[in-house]
Design a protein around this ligand. Structure first.
Ligand SMILES: C[S@@+](CC[C@H](N)C(=O)[O-])C[C@H]1O[C@@H](n2cnc3c(N)ncnc32)[C@H](O)[C@@H]1O
Length: 243
């Protein structure tokens, strides 16, 4: 699995949201910015050059890749629920497809609030809710159910997106805006996007659904996309607020 390709695809889904929020919070004037759970650096690489850009991730292998893709970023290996930074260090702290993977999201948001200066901003840019995934025609509904079950088994909470606003309140962050992303899988996926979706699905469902069964559904899926009959939508939410 090429994780950087996957994370770059996801970063593409939130590009217009980032443009809008980064503009609203005047990110270009920020001095210090932190991405928690930065992965391979897909977002870090795009941040303005005047700021001190920090990235933190639990997995050293992800940081090795981030070093290549975002060479300017200051990278730290650490746990989001216990950030190794003093209080009030950053102007802006954000995450992107992180909270579904952590054990207790309120702890992570509390930590993001703690390390952000008063008047600074905390952003959760994208968290899915797979329990509300839409698959049409109906024959493809099991895919969403299987993927949710597989994410639960991997220790993720695939429903966290729908609870973001409440989680911000719980963490003591003043919510300024929340909503759902437009266009995540709602547009017809390109053949490359479809292939990548299947690589992720096959990795998620390995050992859970037989390869033969998956290949059969994949073929039907490809035909349905080609006929213009396929709908796939994973509601994905964002929230941002002030400290
Ligand atoms: C889906 S990836 C997203 C990466 C990046 N934010 C992006 O969107 O390109 C989630 C990342 O969170 C990291 N992660 C998961 N749990 C973490 C934790 N408790 N502390 C720090 N990072 C964590 C994973 O290692 C992974 O790199």
């Amino acid at each position: 699995m090429d994780w950087h390709a996957r994370f770059s695809q996801q970063a593409g889904w939130t590009r217009s949201l980032r443009d809008y929020i980064f503009d609203a919070i005047d990110l270009r004037r920020a001095g210090r910015i932190l991405e928690v759970g930065c992965g391979t650096g897909a977002l870090l690489a795009e941040l303005p050059s005047q700021a001190a850009v920090h990235g933190l991730d639990l997995e050293p292998a992800r940081l090795t890749e981030a070093r290549l893709h975002a060479p300017r970023a200051l990278l730290t290996n650490g746990d989001a629920s216990c950030l190794p930074f003093p209080a009030q260090t950053f102007d802006i702290t954000f995450c992107h497809f992180l909270l579904l993977w952590v054990k207790y999201p309120p702890d992570v948001l509390c930590e993001m609030r703690r390390v952000t200066r008063p008047g600074g901003f905390v952003l959760a840019l994208a968290e899915p809710d797979y329990s509300r995934r839409v698959d049409k025609p109906k024959a493809f509904a099991p895919l969403g159910r299987w993927q949710s079950e597989s994410l639960w088994r991997q220790g993720a909470d695939p429903t966290v997106g729908g609870r973001l606003a409440g989680l911000f309140a719980e963490a003591g962050i003043t919510l300024l805006e929340t909503g759902s992303l437009r266009g995540v899988g709602t547009h017809p996926l390109t053949p490359e996007e479809r292939e990548l979706e299947w690589v992720v699905l096959e990795a998620d469902l390995a050992g859970f659904v037989t390869a033969r069964k998956l290949q059969r559904i994949k073929k039907l899926d490809e035909e349905a996309w080609r006929r213009g009959e396929r709908v796939l939508h994973v509601p994905t939410y964002y929230a941002w607020g002030r400290v």
